[in-house]
Design a protein around this ligand. Structure first.
Ligand code: HXC
Ligand code: NAP
Length: 283
């Protein structure tokens, strides 16, 4: 979507960059000229992805294993990034943990695990990278991946809903506080359904997948294409969006609004039924 070289000179850290949407964003950022730092817990996964992206795009990708919940791992990743590339300009808080369960079946550790990754992990990276930007007078850009239930809430993935709501509040808060004082921007993307192994295996397991029918909920009758999300992410992390700050952009084919609208079920009313209704009104 953006012109070649649109991210030339940028160094971007992507948490959870070894798989799924993180990998897709990383690949597109690399195509556009950014140098990348990807991090997650599984070293073999991020090393393989780093090599794949380097081979596909010709950019440089540093893979640093670490857990977003551990502050020493976060500090290590940032230090490695600066040692290798000299600076860091962008941060994508994409790592997440999630699973479906009735809330009353969850232990406190289950809550802690998901909130630890989603909210505390995002706080850890935002704080460490933010302090580095402030100290070095870098007007960096932060992009947080949330989801639409960050504001609607949802049953059955309640720890994730709590975590994502916190991330959205963090995004808007820092956009104002650090935007005002340091020119640091913070935005978020709220994706609807984008098939990835991580999300699908945990949230739509067989044999529930067919029954839950994630596509049936989307007014555009399809799931998202990873490139569509990568396009939006590239725009928001680039200087083209320099005046966008504190925004959350939904990319879900109209899913959440469609299911929130009180009269959306009227889509099941046939033309014949509408004709009959008109006749009854004397039209
Ligand atoms: C109930 C569960 C559970 C489950 C784990 N726990 N899975 N409870 N149902 N399915 C409980 C455990 O029993 C344990 O509690 C506690 O959670 C911690 O479990 P661990 O396995 O030790 O956690 P950890 O190794 O930290 O792994 C984190 C994880 C795992 C979240 C549990 O799923 C993970 O690594 N996920 C990363 C990738 C991921 O989730 N991707 C999907 C993102 S999709 P006890 O009390 O027994 O010790 C997404 C999409 C949103 O966010 C919208 C889509 C449309
Ligand atoms: P995914 O492939 O499972 O991505 C999650 C990534 O986070 C993995 O690479 C995982 O790697 C990493 N991660 C998990 N725990 C971590 C930890 N403690 N420390 C460091 N890294 C950790 O799933 P995805 O679908 O691409 O999700 C990416 C983002 O999109 C998430 O924020 C998710 O909430 C959001 N989202 C996805 C969808 C969708 O439909 N796919 C919809 C809405 C929002 P390791 O296991 O190696 O650590």
């Amino acid at each position: 979507m953006l012109r070649d070289g649109a991210l030339d000179g940028k160094v971007i850290i992507i948490t959870g960059g070894g798989t799924g949407l993180g990998k897709s964003m990383a690949t597109y950022f690399g195509q556009l000229g950014a140098k990348l730092v990807i991090t997650s817990r599984r070293e073999e996964v991020i090393s393989k992805t780093a090599k794949e992206i380097e081979d596909a795009t010709g950019t440089e990708v540093l893979a640093v294993p670490g857990d977003v919940r551990k502050i020493e791992d976060v500090q290590h990743t940032l230090a490695e990034a600066i040692a290798r590339f000299g600076h860091v300009d962008g941060l994508v808080n994409n790592a997440a943990g999630n699973f479906i369960s009735p809330t009353e079946r969850l232990s406190h550790r289950a809550f802690e695990s998901v909130i630890g990754i989603v909210l505390n992990g995002t706080i850890n990276y935002s704080l460490e990278v933010g302090k580095y930007w402030i100290e070095n007078k870098i007007k960096g850009t932060m992009l947080n991946i949330v989801t639409t239930y960050a504001w609607t809430g949802t049953g059955y993935t309640v720890p994730s809903a709590c975590g994502k709501a916190g991330v959205l509040a963090l995004t808007r808060s820092l956009a104002v506080e650090w935007g005002d004082k340091y020119g640091i921007r913070a935005n978020a993307i709220a994706p609807g359904p984008f098939p990835t192994k991580g999300a699908w295996d945990r949230l739509f397991p067989e044999p529930l997948r067919e029954k839950l029918d994630p596509i049936g909920r989307v007014p555009l009758h399809r799931v998202g294409d990873h490139q569509e999300l990568a396009n939006l992410a590239a725009y928001l992390i680039s200087d083209y969006s320099a005046y966008v700050n504190g925004e959350v952009i939904t990319i879900d084919g109209g899913e959440w609004l469609g299911n929130a609208g009180q009269f959306t079920p009227f889509k099941h009313v046939t033309e014949e039924m509408w004709d009959l209704w008109a006749k009854m009104r004397g039209k």
